[in-house]
Design a binder for this molecule. Structure first.
Ligand code: HEM
Length: 214
C-alpha cells in the first residue's frame, strides 16, 4: 500500500519534508559521511572558490546590484581612507566569509539535526524579501545558477583530486549532488515555489494519452 504523505505538513514541518526528500533521493548517513570526508579536500580551496563566485556575481549588473545595497549591521560604518576600506568592500568581505563558513559547515556537519536543517532553510530565507535585510530579495534565477556553479566546481575537485580513493569518488559525487538538491529544495520552499495552488492553471490543458513516467 502506498505510504501516505501529508502535503500540508511538507510545507511547514522541515524535518518531515527533509525525511520525505531523503527517502525519495536516497540520501542516507553514508552521504553525510562522504560529505564529511570531502571537507578536508574542499575546505582549503574555499577562498579561491568564493573568490570565483564573487567574480561571477560581479560580472553582470543584475547580480552585482544586490551587493551594492547596504547590509544590516553596517549602517554605522565609516569608510577608512587610510586602509582603503569602503563600506562596500567590507560588506563584500563579510559576505565572502559567510559563504565560506556556510560551505564549510555544510560539508563538515555530522549531525543533520533540526538545528542544522533550520540553518540550511534560513540560508534560503535570507535571500527572500521575508528573511534578509528589508531591501534584499534575490531573484530565484540567480540562486539556481549559483547552485549549479558551486556543484560543478565541487564535481571538478572530486574528479581531479588524488586525496579520495577512486572507488569512493562516485559515492562522493552522489553525495554532493544530493546535498545541492536538498539545499535547492529549501530555497524553493522559502521562495514559495514548491507547491502549486490546486486547480489553478494558466497553462492550456493538453490531454496527453498517458504519463511519460508510467
Ligand atoms: C548557491 C546559492 C547561495 C548560497 C548558498 C548563498 C549563501 C549565503 C550566505 C550563507 C549568506 C550569509 C547569511 C548571513 O548573514 O548569515 C548570504 C548572504 C547574502 N547573499 Fe547569498 N547565497 C547564494 C546565492 C546568492 C546570490 C545568487 C546572490 C545575489 C545575486 C546572493 C546575495 C547575497 C546577499 C546580498 C547577502 C547578504 C544578505 C544580508 O545582508 O542580509 N546570494 N548568502
Amino acid at each position: 500500500m502506498a505510504e501516505h504523505i501529508d502535503r500540508l505538513r511538507l510545507t511547514h514541518d522541515l524535518r518531515y519534508r527533509f525525511d520525505y526528500i531523503s527517502k525519495c533521493i536516497d540520501f542516507t548517513p553514508h552521504d553525510i559521511t562522504m560529505l564529511n570526508q570531502l571537507a578536508p579536500v574542499i575546505t582549503p580551496l574555499l577562498p579561491s572558490i568564493v573568490e570565483r563566485v564573487y567574480k561571477k556575481l560581479y560580472a553582470c549588473d543584475i547580480t552585482q546590484n544586490y551587493f551594492l545595497q547596504r547590509n544590516d549591521g553596517f549602517q554605522q560604518f565609516s569608510p577608512n581612507k587610510d586602509t582603503g576600506n569602503t563600506l562596500i568592500s567590507v560588506q563584500v568581505d563579510y559576505r565572502k566569509d559567510m559563504l565560506s563558513v556556510y560551505l564549510q559547515h555544510a560539508l563538515s556537519e555530522r549531525h543533520w539535526n533540526d538545528t542544522f536543517l533550520q540553518y540550511l532553510s534560513r540560508v534560503g530565507e535570507i535571500h527572500t524579501s521575508k528573511g534578509g535585510s528589508a531591501s534584499i530579495n534575490v531573484d530565484y534565477l540567480h540562486i539556481n545558477t549559483l547552485l549549479s556553479f558551486l556543484e560543478t566546481t565541487f564535481i571538478g575537485i572530486v574528479w581531479n583530486t588524488d586525496k579520495i580513493e577512486e572507488k569512493k569518488k562516485l559515492d562522493a559525487l552522489h553525495a554532493i549532488n544530493k546535498f545541492f538538491w536538498i539545499q535547492n529544495d529549501f530555497f524553493t520552499m522559502q521562495y514559495g515555489l514548491s507547491f502549486k495552488e490546486k486547480n489553478i492553471t494558466t497553462v492550456p490543458i493538453i490531454n496527453f494519452s498517458k504519463c511519460w513516467f508510467h
